[in-house]
Design a binder for this molecule. Structure first.
Ligand code: TRP
Length: 462
């Protein structure tokens, strides 16, 4: 709403900035960003690869301590800086190189979009495939083959990647209120209903209990340095933090929003969605004799098997992929908004030019990620396919680096006074002890913790 012009440096510009209109809109947009393929695709397959419940346990610790801290930090930077990822740092600390943190964010969001749109394209395509004859089989080998043939081909997956980009581009073009806020407010409730239906179905499968054991009965011997790194990386990815997204969204929030509470609500809801997705998937994996560690293809092979074994399976299968498409759209909106906001605010491009240029770049570079599952599968850079390279560089390297920079920035550069004012809405909120706890974590715990995990991820301890 009416954003106060707290900062005279760019008051002309800030008075015209568009923002979210209501608290509900804020919640929908941020939760819409957090909930995505991360919950329905990444979370289940990474949990599956890392031993189930033990991983979930480590994940819960990472997300509720480190992930949440970084999210609050980003909200604070964005709203106090009153500009998107790069501009916020420039407003708060003019003439200092901190804005490079925002630049790193713009780069990582683009890297994520390169491969995220590939997977989102598969999901879109599967909405239609599930209604056709291809997947209407109970033979796991046929289902595997359908997936391999589709993702390994050239034009079909590229076409779907473009459909994805056009859809998201149109929403971004419509603007912050009419595009982002309105779409996420409509889509999220539909997503919840579809998820509940899927859970009920999975829980009533014969043999569901083995899958529930897998995600809820931890075997702590499975926890290693690698598990912790994977959990931390996933918690950042899940909450859309460490990349400037939440900084940008923070800058669209009115001065009456309770930042720590919003962050906590988003964190809890997002984690619930992940667990619900796990409940929809793992009982089925075990019931049908699949292995939980199938990796990235888990969603595309096991879910069709689940729904094919029930009445009206086709319809439910299409619904499940629709749910995934909806989740993916909300997340991609927030990813695309970061480069678009950067180009419009910092480079003074029009919103249309910024959106079209970003989408075209993603389509072009992202096609290498899409094709790395087919004709480019033998093309490796630094020992990785393009798809894996985009994922690894953004999630395992840039994300922890930006995370460290953000927490040091909030804890030590902005400092306690500014953090206190921003997190309590200039003293209006009665959350003093909470803010004190946040300050402790953001100053002393988060930076070294993220640093150790970065070193561990680079293999320095082994
Ligand atoms: N959180 C989203 C998911 O789980 C992905 C996402 C959206 C994201 N915006 C982001 C990840 C920004 C990192 C940074 O699918």
């Amino acid at each position: 709403m009416e954003k106060q012009l707290k900062y005279s440096t760019n008051s002309m510009q800030t008075s015209k900035r568009e923002g979210f209109s209501t608290s509900l809109g804020v919640m929908a947009a941020t939760l819409g960003s957090a909930v995505g393929l991360g919950n329905i695709w990444k979370f289940p397959y990474i949990t599956g690869e890392n031993g189930g419940a033990a991983f979930l346990f480590v994940y819960l610790i990472c997300v509720s301590i480190v992930g949440l801290t970084v999210m609050i930090s980003e909200f604070i930077i964005g709203r106090r800086g009153n500009a998107a990822a790069v501009g916020a740092f420039k407003n708060l600390t003019p003439g200092k190189p901190w804005y490079l943190t925002g630049v790193a964010g713009v780069i990582s969001c683009s890297l994520i979009m390169f491969y995220y749109t590939t997977v989102a394209g598969w999901v879109f395509a599967y909405v239609f495939k599930s209604l056709g004859a291809d997947l209407a089989t109970k033979d796991p080998n046929v289902i595997k083959q359908v997936f391999a043939d589709f993702t390994g081909s050239i034009w079909a997956p590229l076409f779907w990647q473009w459909v994805v980009l056009i859809t998201v581009g149109i929403i971004i073009l419509a603007g912050v209120k009419k595009g982002i806020e309105r779409m996420t407010k409509t889509l999220l409730p539909i997503l919840f209903v579809l998820l509940i239906i899927s859970d009920i179905r999975a829980l009533t499968l014969p043999g569901a209990s083995a899958g529930l054991k897998f995600i809820f009965e931890p075997d702590f011997s499975k926890i290693t340095g690698v598990t912790v790194l994977a959990a931390l990386g996933l918690s950042f990815f899940k909450l859309s933090v460490g990349m400037g997204t939440m900084t940008t969204y923070g800058s669209y929030m009115g001065k009456n929003e309770n930042l720590p509470a919003t962050a906590a609500r988003v964190m809890v809801s997002d984690t619930l969605v992940s667990i619900m997705a796990g409940i929809a998937i793992f009982p089925a994996v075990f019931a049908f004799g699949f292995k939980p560690d199938a990796g990235p293809s888990l969603l595309f092979m096991t879910i069709p098997m689940v729904f094919n074994s029930m009445p009206f399976g086709k319809v439910f299968l299409a619904l499940f992929f629709m749910l995934s498409s909806i989740a993916a759209i909300g997340a991609m909106i927030s990813l695309l908004e970061v480069p678009v906001a950067y180009l419009t605010e910092e480079r003074k491009w029009s919103r249309t030019a910024a959106t079209v240029a970003s989408a075209l770049t993603i389509a072009l570079v992202g096609s290498t990620a899409t094709l790395s599952n087919g004709i480019l599968s033998d093309f490796h850079l630094f020992g990785k396919t393009m798809f894996d390279l985009f994922d690894f560089t953004s999630s395992n390297i840039l994300l922890p680096l930006v995370g460290i920079a953000l927490t040091i920035y909030v804890g030590w550069v902005l400092g306690p006074r500014a953090v206190y004012n921003e997190a309590t809405n200039e003293g209006a909120l009665k959350n003093r002890p909470l803010v004190r706890f946040f300050l402790f974590i953001v100053r002393y715990l988060a930076p070294p913790a993220i640093f150790v995990i970065l070193l561990n991820g680079l293999g320095l301890f082994s």
